[in-house]
Design a protein around this ligand. Structure first.
Ligand code: F6P
Length: 549
């Protein structure tokens, strides 16, 4: 397999890095076409890369790197359904989830697009029944609250998209999301609910996840006990009306007591963190309705087509992924901030953390050999302007290089005014100002010119040359939310291809799960199990047992 570090492009990038003298002020002054030349469109997304530590020569070298690691061929293999997830011997076909019904894609003898639309039709019919009130709880009342029980990909995507699309949610319907096995999560999310108007979606690809199955059992007990207290029917007829499932494991769904007729399937070729556009998004489909959900899928598909069809020189996800490689491997950035100037995207960074870090936090390559360069930067962020009053200090004046993506939309969902001031415009002014400050900084002379005492001039200097990408869209529509997710999915893919890793497995999460099951008896008081632990774990468990309430 290709080792990116042995390609001519890698050598060129290493040279460019050693010669680099970042000068965004100078680069912009000398080159009036810079902003336009480094701005690109992908579907409705305008992406301005011009405030990155990027030159024409560098961009060309990044494109060469993409070609020399055969990014286009790897991308095509993914879209075609080849088994590129080698450690799990699976195809990687989240892109099939958003293909239009008129398409077809035959993979190993099956039309996966037909399969996708068969499930979508079932999800949409269910969503319509809940939304119209035709689906009634066991006592005949319509459903008002959907509680999605899932974790990881079966939670982060649905929560993030639900929050992003709150303005589109049908009045009178609410979704809640329970993920943590900390019993506080389920207790707080159900404490004020009426079981007669509540429906649980148990979402788990494997239907074996400890957290989800434990919470599902707790929810079942809560439902049946509370219904019984209210004198309502509290047996299997209640489960049938108040529990549905989303899973690839229909046998385990049935074993849990959920009627397979009330289960929505998906396939092993959909990774958990790539699954919000499958039946895993059922809570969202119910909340915003089939029409909006279809627009959401169409947004993904528009960016898929851009990624699949655009030459690398203008291919936004490919360029952003290659730029990330530049920062991680050549400029030694350890993290990447994602800063949405859209309150509705307040869970976007949390969602991206699983997408990017579970995908690319890998130390071995596809052939089992160790990686040959740094991989998998830390993604993090908070919405602007909140982050400005918290951690931006470090991005502006700290010693670490932190590339940052700024995301904003032109049209707000709620166009409020503060007297004559359009508050969204004030908000956007911050979005524009921050990338400007990060790029161009403030020199000592500029600080002095403001009359600053000499002793504190150094503390008030902004070095600038802090790289940012600005992403703008007309509005946070369902389509744009789908576009943003697909953008980051393909950025993640691009980085994984350069690093030669399997971006679609997640073996690193397994050891902790196994050990938790082994330690559980010790926590419960089993002396033999306690003695078998290492000294630190033993002492901590003993502390717990001495202090539990
Ligand atoms: O533990 C990690 C993980 O396997 C994720 O990849 C996945 O999204 C999550 O657990 C939940 O898995 P499931 O949907 O099978 O319950």
């Amino acid at each position: 397999m290709i080792d990116a570090t042995t390609t001519p492009a890698w050598g060129k990038l290493a040279r460019l890095a050693s010669e680099l003298t970042p000068d965004l002020r100078g680069w912009f002054d000398a080159d009036p076409g810079r902003a336009q030349r480094f701005s690109f469109d992908a579907a409705d997304l305008r992406v301005d890369l011009s405030k990155n530590l990027l030159t024409d020569e560098l961009l060309a070298a990044l494109v060469e790197l993409g070609e020399q690691v055969e990014l286009p061929a790897r991308r095509d293999a993914m879209f075609a359904g080849q088994r590129i997830n080698v450690t799990e011997n699976r195809s990687v076909l989240h892109t099939a989830l958003r293909r239009p019904e008129s398409d077809s894609l035959i993979v190993e003898g099956r039309d996966v697009v037909a399969d996708v639309h068969e499930v979508l039709a079932k999800v949409y019919a269910f969503a319509d029944k809940i939304r119209s009130g035709q689906w009634k709880g066991v006592t005949g009342k319509p459903i008002q609250t959907i509680v999605n029980i899932g974790i990881g990909g079966s939670d982060l995507g649905p929560v993030m998209v639900y929050e992003a699309l709150r303005p589109y949610v049908q009045p009178g319907l609410e979704c809640r999301f329970v993920s943590n096995i900390d019993p506080t999560d389920l207790a707080l999310k159900t404490q004020d609910l009426d079981p007669e108007t509540t429906l649980f979606i148990v979402a788990s690809k494997t239907f074996t996840t400890l957290e989800t199955l434990t919470n599902a059992r707790l929810a079942k007990a809560w439902l049946l006990e509370t219904l019984a207290k209210q004198g309502a029917p509290a047996g299997s007829e209640a489960i049938a009306k108040h529990f549905v499932a989303v899973s690839t494991a229909s046998d385990l769904v049935a074993a849990f007591g959920i009627d397979p007729a009330n289960a929505f399937g998906f396939w092993d070729w959909v990774g958990g963190r790539y699954s919000v556009d499958s039946a895993v998004g059922t809570a969202v489909a119910v909340a915003v309705g089939p029409q909006r959900f279809a627009e959401f899928l169409a947004g993904f598909h528009a960016v898929d087509r851009h990624f699949a069809e655009t030459p690398l020189e203008r291919n936004v996800p490919a360029l952003m992924g290659l730029l990330n490689v530049w920062y991680v491997d050549f400029l030694h950035a350890a993290s990447h901030a994602v800063l949405p100037y859209a309150q509705s995207l307040h869970r976007f960074a949390a969602y991206l953390q699983q997408l990017t870090m579970e995908s690319n936090g890998k130390g071995v390559r596809l052939d089992g050999t160790p990686v040959t360069s740094a991989t998998g930067e830390i993604f993090w962020g908070e919405p602007g302007t909140n982050g400005q009053h918290a951690f931006y200090q470090l991005i502006h004046q700290g010693t670490a290089l932190i590339p940052a993506d700024f995301i904003a939309v032109a049209t707000p969902a709620y166009p409020l005014k503060d007297g004559p001031t359009d508050v969204h415009e004030l908000f956007l002014s911050n979005f524009f100002a921050q990338t400007k400050a990060l790029a161009f900084g403030k020199t000592a002379d500029e600080v002095r010119a403001e009359g600053t005492p000499e002793a504190i001039v150094p503390a008030r200097v902004f070095p600038g040359n802090r790289p940012t990408t600005s992403i703008m869209a007309p509005a946070l529509t369902p389509s744009v939310v789908g576009q943003l997710i697909a953008l980051y999915e393909h950025i993640t893919f691009t980085q994984g291809v350069v690093w030669g890793i399997d971006s679609f497995d997640q073996w690193g999460v397994e050891l902790g799960k196994q050990l938790a099951l082994q330690i559980a008896p010790a926590v419960g008081g089993d002396q033999a199990a306690l003695q078998a632990q290492d000294a630190s774990t033993k002492a901590l468990v003993e502390y717990y047992r001495a202090h539990r309430g």
